[in-house]
Design a protein around this ligand. Structure first.
Ligand SMILES: Nc1ncnc2c1ncn2[C@@H]1O[C@H](COP(=O)(O)OP(=O)(O)O)[C@@H](O)[C@H]1O
Ligand SMILES: [Mg+2]
Length: 255
């Protein structure tokens, strides 16, 4: 990737690499095929290309709706230009249906519809494995203020309403998802916006009819056909080009 070597690398995570952007206050987010879940490591061929496109699609819609995100534009198959933010060290999880750690910890059968949407916070810390934290921990340790939490909760619920409807329209149940937020400074004014990615790596997506998993759980649980599931999400959203992910060149190729 020519653009990869041109730019200065800022950070390499499990699924993405961040490079210095072309203008101050911007970054280039490069989507890898690498997948990680607790101790498990692997690659999902074509995942980076699909997540780049899916996240572009969803964040563009959110921006249009007035829910601000870091997304600026897609640059090529694996890279997108984003606004650089100060990441708030929290993962904000919204749940509609019991699955994953909620099902395990509280002994609720996977697939149980929750009485209402539940928002949870996890502290972003690799060595600690992202432990769940409460508002008390978050405010006491200064990760975010009560006002910040109100803002993040309100945005997360708007994203949930929007995404739930969007996915339902293409036969997919939005079981849960994770958001990351960052601070954007404009002189002395601070705004919180959505950062990172929104993709089958960060959402649980189940087929509405069969309950088939169409997300990273296929990798976590060794269910196979992981790449196919990500492709199917893109196809249903109407953003998979005729020739498959390899046809996803630049922003111009797609409308
Ligand atoms: N707009 C942004 N500005 C600064 N950092 C960001 C932005 N968007 C995402 N990040 C951070 O970049 C990293 C993305 O790479 P990823 O592979 O997901 O990392 P990780 O393995 O830490 O989850 C994450 O740590 C995420 O918090
Ligand atoms: Mg990540």
């Amino acid at each position: 990737m020519a653009s990869m070597s041109r730019r200065r690398q800022i950070y390499e995570g499990k699924a993405k690499v961040l490079f210095e952007g072309p203008e101050p206050g911007t970054l280039v987010q490069y989507f890898k095929d690498d997948a990680a879940a607790q101790q498990k490591r692997g690659t999902i061929t074509g995942k980076g290309v699909l997540n780049n496109r899916i996240s572009e699609y969803l964040m563009t819609k959110l921006n249009e709706l007035g829910v601000q995100t870091h997304f600026v534009r897609r640059l090529n198959m694996r890279e997108q230009l984003v606004r650089e933010v100060e990441i708030i060290p929290l993962q904000v999880v919204v749940r509609n249906v019991a699955a994953g750690s909620l099902a395990t910890r509280l002994g609720i059968a996977e697939g149980t519809q929750l009485p209402r949407s539940i928002v949870e916070y996890y502290y972003k810390s690799e060595p600690l494995h992202d432990p769940m934290v409460s508002e008390e921990h978050i405010t006491a340790f200064g990760w975010a203020s009560t006002q910040d939490l109100d803002d993040m909760m309100a945005m997360a619920l708007r994203v949930n309403d929007f995404l739930s409807g969007l996915f339902l329209g293409v036969g997919i149940r939005l079981v849960d998802f994770k958001l990351e937020f960052g601070r954007l400074w404009n002189n002395d004014e601070m705004r919180i916006i959505i950062a990172d990615e929104i993709s089958p790596d960060s959402c649980r997506l189940w087929d509405i009819k069969t309950n088939d998993k169409m997300d990273k759980d296929r990798f976590r649980e060794d269910l196979g056909q992981v790449e196919e599931a990500y492709q199917e999400v893109a196809r249903r959203l109407g953003i998979l080009p005729e020739g498959g992910p390899a046809d996803l060149k630049g922003p111009k190729t797609m409308q």
